[in-house]
Design a protein around this ligand. Structure first.
Ligand code: FAD
Length: 368
């Protein structure tokens, strides 16, 4: 009987997982692969701050990225998973898909639940729709922009908006320090580069509430803004928790070192949606640097499980954190394998070119 492998999500992790499984199982026969995604396009999520700043993204139809693989693409939103019946419910035809093996790779979205008013009064850059809406909003308004959260996404977004809207005030507000995972040298470079673009950086500044007119701060002060961009946290879709899969306290799928669900052995997970750990038990960072190797690994893990083998455990290793600061500037922070920063950094145009090469190289690899 044909074995049905269903991959949920065609982002970096899911697309690599589906294509890798197709390649590995080509000669095995008897396996059908279906990839389910909410959109018919692959979204280069690492460029969404560029889209928000008015730079259109390349069109990458999934059917061209899947050409010749034999993978069936279903463009639909997964609305629920019935773990007992091994069925995924969809919002459009074919409405349901029954699986023998499931790969869960649904990514993440902005978490606007942590501060009152954030859900009502903020924009985001976590999905294509978020970024397109933000672009439309910034084009229609002239007042100050505020970016809440100065992790890597917040830094990139503030720099990109400041470059695209010269003369317009851009606040970057964070309750801790800028780029908490960076070296002091890296942070120094960022402060200078953001200052050059006129970004008003507010470190150690907690947002108490988001109102229609801007940010209300914990010290009672206010930062008026036409548009507030929320990058102060990401959350994962609730489908895994609702299905009864073992999850951690943030709803990330709990897996063993082969990325197999701790509660449901027929389920694997990859990318932002999974709780995996690198050297020293450090939780994996939500990033392509994590999602791409996880996708490739899951393909190996699934293929091994279908051919009666046990794969070696996943070994996550980091090398750098690549941050764009507009189109011609950047910071590459080199890291230890556990993602902690070393002193070495690459800055300026050289870093921007390096990041562009990595980003383009990723899409080239996805096309193969
Ligand atoms: C602005 C920005 C800049 C970033 N820059 C970097 C960077 O420079 N370097 C880096 O390493 N990381 C970066 N990241 C993080 C990186 O983009 C994510 O970690 C990565 O996309 C995660 O890959 P994924 O496959 O898990 O999820 P995603 O890429 O989010 O893919 C998930 C897929 O699932 C689909 N989906 C979701 N829900 C459903 C559903 N219910 N039904 C069907 N389909 C669904 C989505 O449409 C999407 O196609 C950035 C993120 C943002 C937002």
């Amino acid at each position: 009987m044909t074995h049905h492998l269903v991959v949920l999500g065609a982002g970096y992790a899911g697309l690599v997982a589906a294509k890798g499984a197709a390649r590995r199982l080509r000669r095995h026969g008897g396996v059908r692969i279906t990839l389910v995604n909410a959109s018919s396009r692959f979204v280069e999520r690492v460029r969404l701050h560029q889209l928000a700043a008015g730079r259109p993204l390349r069109d990458l139809p999934l059917h061209t990225l899947l050409a010749g693989t034999g993978i069936e693409l279903v463009v639909a939103r997964a609305t629920a998973i019935d773990a007992a019946a091994r069925t995924v419910r969809l919002d459009t035809a074919p409405y349901a898909l029954t699986y023998d093996t499931l790969v869960y790779a649904l990514g993440s979205t902005a978490d606007t639940t942590t501060v009152p008013g954030a859900a009502e009064h903020t924009s985001a850059v976590a999905t294509h729709q978020d970024a397109a809406r933000l672009r439309a909003r910034t084009a229609d308004t002239w007042g100050p922009l505020a970016v809440a959260g100065a992790g890597l996404t917040g830094i990139e977004t503030a720099a990109e908006l400041a470059e695209a809207h010269p003369g317009r005030t851009v606040h970057l507000v964070t309750q801790g320090q800028l780029g908490p995972g960076l070296s002091e040298r890296g942070r120094r470079y960022l402060r200078t580069a953001l200052g050059r673009r006129g970004v008003d950086l507010r470190e150690h500044t907690r947002v108490r509430e988001v109102a229609a007119h801007g940010l209300v701060l914990a010290d009672g002060g206010e930062l008026p803004a036409d548009t507030v961009v929320w990058t102060a946290g990401f959350r994962v879709p609730g489908l895994a928790r609702a299905a009864g899969f073992a999850v951690d306290d943030r709803g990330l799928v709990a897996v063993d070192p082969t990325l197999r669900s701790l509660s449901h052995p027929e389920v694997f997970a990859a990318g932002d949606a999974v709780a995996a750990y690198g050297p020293g038990g450090v939780a994996s960072r939500m990033s392509c640097q994590t999602g791409l190797p996880m996708g490739a690994y899951v393909a190996r893990s699934v293929a091994a499980s279908l051919t009666g083998r046990t794969p070696d455990p996943l070994r996550l290793r980091y090398v750098w954190q690549n941050i764009s600061l507009g189109r011609h500037d950047g910071l590459t922070q080199f890291t230890r394998p556990d993602d902690s920063p070393v002193g070495a950094v690459l800055t300026g145009r050289a870093s921007a070119r390096f990041k562009e090469a990595v980003t383009r190289g990723t899409v080239l690899a996805l096309r193969r």
